[in-house]
Ligand binder design. Structure first.
Ligand SMILES: NC(=O)C1=CN([C@@H]2O[C@H](COP(=O)(O)OP(=O)(O)OC[C@H]3O[C@@H](n4cnc5c(N)ncnc54)[C@H](OP(=O)(O)O)[C@@H]3O)[C@@H](O)[C@H]2O)[C@@H](O)CC1
Ligand SMILES: [K+]
Length: 485
């Protein structure tokens, strides 16, 4: 499991560790790790052109000490001193090692560099980058050089991933002691590039993580495995209440996702047109054509998937109320999210609820503006889980899973090819099947996001995909996770 922490958590751990060590030890460790990553990225250090963007704090100090190490190995290092002051000892060490301070236009130095080290600000930053840091960040982004960010890309809030103005877009981020939350959560994660962790001995002093990202091995551990005694009922029956005479495809895709994700059986319940479609596509599903909007006669299930393509009229509302009146976990997606945002009392039930909104749907649920949610995804996912008393899977380039009292789980297996119609319906089916197999909402949501993202990559292989391809690739995603590929 990858773990990440807020700036406050890191600072507290650093204080505890620093109290036991001679002054400057941590920065030396940090700088040595940073210089090693830079050297590897450069390939040949001798004669290479390195530009350090140096802010006024210890983040700049890290950059200067690393610059000194690179200068000693023959790199031509220039430092742009951007702050009102500069880390004194770091600067002294840097100058002694033969590093130079850039004179004239900083942008020119940056343009000619092979490698830019962003040491403007780290976990001590507050708010949007001020001048001249913002212009330097933009200059680094425009330059052809490789950019290595120190601790976090400057302009990315370390504790949330928020980007309030200009921000460095790094190819590599060398993070000290432990990853910061903002490196895993978008929009920050998209600026971090590859994250390299430098161990400075912080481990024993760290509290429980703020956010975590499951690896394939974690998912393999969590996924249910059919035992010898399993029959289709014991493996879990998932009910799908999705699709309508107007939108039939959503029903087909949600059932497809559920069938591929290991449920013992899938029961589909809906109107005439989607029933016909589901029967045609999935002879494996047990199908009930509803004569009225209620699922009481459908037969026992262990979890429901509710909402994709359901519509938002009276028929859909009554069907949603009937599903939510059941005593099993319910995944609420798409149109059902609109229905419950109109009538939040529908979410008051004893059995668990997993909601799977994108930012727009979450905005309808909570009343927060969509842009605000996009900018601060972590805060909004967390707040919605606490306020609504449900598990929230917030879709996006990094999908978040939030549940009260648990660290937020981040999923980064996805690909931008997944941003196409119907993939959400497949995800709902996959997560519903995992719920029916006994995973709780938090685990079902995070495993489903992982598998769905991986299935998207398998299906896409660098080319456009259709949602049905993603459902078809889910078994291969499970196989890869189980085989440790
Ligand atoms: N502690 C440790 O043991 C270790 C720490 N380590 C390293 O130290 C880093 C933290 O260092 P830090 O605390 O000095 O803060 P840091 O991020 O360099 O910047 C603070 C200064 O920036 C400024 N500033 C703030 N906001 C701004 C803005 N929006 N726009 C522009 N300027 C802004 C403001 O300065 P001012 O403007 O007031 O002059 C403020 O004082 C950490 O990320 C890691 O790299 C490692 O070596 C491992 C050991
Ligand atoms: K930085």
């Amino acid at each position: 499991m990858r773990t990440a922490y807020t700036a406050d958590q890191i600072r507290a751990a650093e204080h505890a560790l620093m109290a036991r060590l001679p002054e400057g030890t941590l920065m030396m460790r940090a700088a040595a790790g940073l210089a090693a990553v830079c050297a590897t990225a450069l390939g040949r250090v001798y004669g290479s052109r390195v530009v350090l963007l140096v802010g006024s704090g210890d983040n700049g100090g890290d950059a200067l000490y690393a610059g000194a190490l690179l200068a000693r190995r023959g790199a031509r290092v220039e430092a742009v001193l951007a702050g009102s002051r500069t880390h004194e000892r770091g600067l002294r060490a840097y100058l002694l090692a033969g590093g130079r301070v850039a004179g004239g236009a900083a942008a020119t130095a940056v343009e000619r560099a092979d490698l830019v080290v962003d040491g403007l600000v780290g976990i001590g930053a507050t708010g949007a980058l001020r001048a001249p840091y913002d212009e330097l960040a933009l200059a680094a982004n425009a330059a052809p050089a490789l950019t290595v960010a120190v601790d976090v890309p400057s302009g990315v809030d370390a504790s949330s991933g928020r980007v309030a103005g200009a921000a460095v877009a790094a190819q590599i981020t060398v993070t000290m002691g432990a990853a910061k939350t903002g490196l895993l959560v978008d929009p920050g994660a998209a600026r971090a590039g590859t994250v390299e962790l430098v161990d400075i001995g912080l481990g024993p002093h760290l509290p429980g993580p703020d956010v975590v990202a499951l690896t394939g091995a974690d998912v393999a551990e969590l996924l249910p495995r059919p035992g010898k005694e399993s029959d289709k009922y014991r493996r879990g029956v998932v009910g799908v209440a999705a699709g309508s005479d107007l939108y039939t495809g959503a029903a087909v895709l949600a059932v497809g996702g559920a069938l591929r994700a290991g449920a013992g059986m899938v029961r589909y319940a809906g109107q005439h047109a989607p029933v016909t479609q589901v029967r045609t596509h999935w002879p494996e599903a047990v199908v009930t054509e509803l004569s009225r909007p209620g699922v009481e006669e459908v037969g026992r299930v262990q979890a429901w998937v509710l909402g994709p393509g359901l519509g938002t009229g009276e028929w859909a509302r009554e069907l949603a109320a009937s599903v939510l009146a059941s005593d099993v976990p319910v995944l609420v997606d798409a149109d059902a999210l609109t229905l419950v945002s109109r009538d939040p009392s529908l979410l008051r039930r004893a059995a668990p609820v997993l909601v799977t909104p994108h930012a727009g749907e979450l905005s309808r649920l909570t009343g927060a503006a969509r842009d605000e949610i996009e900018a601060a995804r972590l805060e909004h996912a967390r707040a919605a889980a606490a306020e609504l008393g449900v598990t929230v899977l917030l879709k996006g380039s990094t999908t978040l899973v939030a549940a009260a009292g648990r660290p937020v789980r981040v999923n980064a297996t996805g690909t931008s090819w997944l941003a196409t119609g119907g993939t959400g319906d497949v995800l709902a089916g996959v997560a519903g099947a995992l719920l029916a197999q006994g995973l709780d909402c938090y685990d079902a949501a995070s495993c489903a996001a992982h598998l769905h993202g991986l299935a998207g990559r398998i299906a896409a292989e660098g080319a456009p995909l259709a949602a049905g391809d993603v459902a078809a690739a889910v078994p291969e995603a499970v196989r890869r996770v189980r085989d440790g590929r």
